[in-house]
Design a protein around this ligand. Structure first.
Ligand SMILES: [Zn+2]
Length: 424
C-alpha cells in the first residue's frame, strides 16, 4: 500500500511537472522610452505571473523575464504588436530544473559513498551547515561559528569568523545568498570558506598576512528560509524564489526582498511597496529579522572596514550608490579598486565583468545592503553579480561552480589586500 502511494505521488508529480513544463525566459531589448513604459507596466502587473529576472529598465540593457507557458503566446504577441524586440534566452526552464535536480541527486549519492564534500555541487541548507561544522572542527585555531540570531521561520543564522586573535580587529564582511535563488553565490561562498582556511593552513599569500591584521566574517546563507524554500521542489515557483518567507499584509503573497529592506533611503526608487512584487521592500526599514540580525551584528562589532555581498547573475562588480545616480564621495577610489579587482578576476578564465555604481550599471535600488554599509562608514563596500550573463541565469550548471568561485576569489583577494594596505 505504501509503495502504491509512493508511485501515485510520483505520477502526480510528473503530471504536475508536465503542467508547468515549457516556461521560457525572454530577453527583451527596449529601444525607446515607450518600450520602457510598457515594460514597467508589465512589471507592475503582479498578477500576470511574469517573473522578472532583471530589474531596472533602460535602452542600454536587456530585460530578462520568465514567462509561464500559459502566457507565452500572449506575451510574445503583445511584444510583437508593440514592436519590442526579444529573443528566447532559455527555451525550457523546466528542462534545466530537472537536469539540476538529477545532478544534485547524483552528486549527493557520490558524497554519501565517498563521505566527501563536493565543491562542484549545489547543496541544501542542512548540508551547508554540516560543512561549516566540519570546517570549524578541522580549523579550530582559525575559524569559529557565530550564531547572529534566528530567521522568521526560526532557523539559526551563522557567520564563520576567521581570526588569528585580538579583540574586534578591523574586519571584512562577505555574505552570500540574500536572494534565495542565486545558488551560485552560496556555492561560491562555501568554496571560499574552504579556500581561506586552506590558504591560511598552507601559509599561502596573502591570506596569512591579511589575517595577521584583520578578521574575516563570511555568511554563506544570508536568507536561510528562502534558501530552504528553493529546495522544496523542482517547480519554478519554489526554485526561483527570491525573497524571505515572512507573512505580509497580503495573505496571498509572502516574503520581502531582503536587499530592499535595509535602512538606506528605504522606500526610494527601485523597490516596490506591493507585497506580491519580487522587489517588495517590506513595511518598514529593517522590518525583516534577517536584515536586522545582520545589521545589529555589524553595528555592535563596530569595526568593519569592508562589506561585500555576492549575488547573481550578470557579471558585475558594483559600488554605491544604488538609490541615486549621484557619485559616492569615494567613487574614484572605489571605481579604481573594483576595476583592479575585476582585472584580477579576469586573469583566471577571461571572464569579463562590468564595473560601476549599482544605479548606473544595473538598476536603481533603494534599501540595499551595500548603500547601508557605505552610509555607516564602511568605505570599501562592493556587490558582485556572479556568472553568467544569461545563458543559464539563476540555473548555472554545477560544473561552473569551482571556476566561478576561483575567479571570484581573485577579485576578493585583491580587495582584501587593498583594504589591509589602506587603513582608515
Ligand atoms: Zn541578488
Amino acid at each position: 500500500m505504501r509503495l502504491y502511494l509512493a508511485v501515485f505521488a510520483l505520477l502526480a508529480a510528473v503530471h504536475c511537472e508536465e503542467l508547468i513544463n515549457g516556461d521560457q525566459v525572454l530577453r527583451i531589448n527596449a529601444e525607446s522610452e515607450d518600450h520602457i513604459q510598457i515594460l514597467k507596466m508589465l512589471e507592475r502587473d503582479v498578477d500576470s505571473g511574469l517573473d522578472f529576472w532583471t530589474h531596472g529598465f533602460s535602452t542600454e540593457r536587456p530585460v530578462d523575464i520568465r514567462v509561464p507557458h500559459s502566457s507565452l503566446h500572449a506575451v510574445k504577441d503583445f511584444l510583437k504588436k508593440n514592436n519590442i524586440p526579444f529573443t528566447v534566452m532559455i527555451n525550457n526552464v523546466q528542462e534545466l530544473l530537472v537536469r539540476e535536480r538529477e545532478e544534485m541527486a547524483r552528486n549527493a549519492e557520490v558524497e554519501r559513498q565517498t563521505k566527501g564534500f563536493d565543491f562542484a555541487a549545489y547543496h541544501d541548507l542542512e548540508t551547508i551547515y554540516n560543512f561549516m561544522d566540519t570546517l570549524v572542527a578541522s580549523h579550530s585555531n582559525l575559524i569559529s561559528k557565530v550564531n547572529i540570531g534566528s530567521t522568521y521561520e526560526n532557523r539559526p543564522m551563522y557567520v564563520l569568523k576567521f581570526s588569528t586573535g585580538g579583540e574586534k580587529r578591523p574586519a571584512i564582511w562577505i555574505d552570500a545568498g540574500i536572494h534565495a535563488r542565486e545558488w551560485i553565490s552560496h556555492a561560491t561562498a562555501v568554496w571560499l570558506a574552504d579556500r581561506i582556511a586552506t590558504d591560511f593552513k598552507e601559509n599561502r599569500a596573502p591570506v596569512p598576512s591579511i589575517l595577521s591584521k584583520m578578521d574575516i566574517y563570511l555568511m554563506i546563507v544570508a536568507n536561510p528560509d528562502g534558501y530552504v524554500f528553493t529546495h522544496r521542489s523542482p517547480n519554478e515557483f519554489y526554485r526561483l524564489w527570491r525573497k524571505s518567507r515572512s507573512a505580509t499584509s497580503n495573505p496571498k503573497c509572502q516574503g520581502v526582498d531582503l536587499n530592499r529592506n535595509w535602512d538606506a533611503e528605504f522606500g526610494g526608487p527601485g523597490a516596490s511597496d506591493d507585497p506580491c512584487a519580487e522587489d517588495y521592500r517590506g513595511p518598514s526599514a529593517q522590518s525583516e529579522i534577517e536584515v536586522k540580525n545582520i545589521a545589529d551584528f555589524i553595528m555592535s562589532h563596530g569595526n568593519f572596514k569592508s562589506f561585500m555581498t555576492l549575488h547573481s547573475y550578470k557579471q558585475l562588480l558594483m559600488y554605491p550608490y544604488g538609490y541615486s545616480g549621484t557619485d559616492a564621495p569615494d567613487r574614484t577610489e572605489l571605481h579604481d579598486v573594483a576595476s583592479q579587482a575585476s582585472k584580477a578576476l579576469n586573469s583566471w578564465h577571461g571572464t569579463v565583468y562590468k564595473v560601476g555604481s549599482i544605479f548606473h550599471i544595473i538598476e536603481p535600488a533603494s534599501g540595499a545592503s551595500v548603500d547601508w554599509a557605505y552610509q555607516r562608514g564602511i568605505k570599501y563596500s562592493f556587490a558582485f553579480e556572479l556568472r553568467d550573463t544569461g545563458e543559464y541565469g539563476f540555473l548555472l550548471p554545477a560544473n561552473q561552480i569551482v571556476s566561478t568561485a576561483r575567479e571570484t576569489w581573485y577579485a576578493l583577494r585583491y580587495i582584501m589586500q587593498y583594504v589591509c594596505d589602506h587603513p582608515y
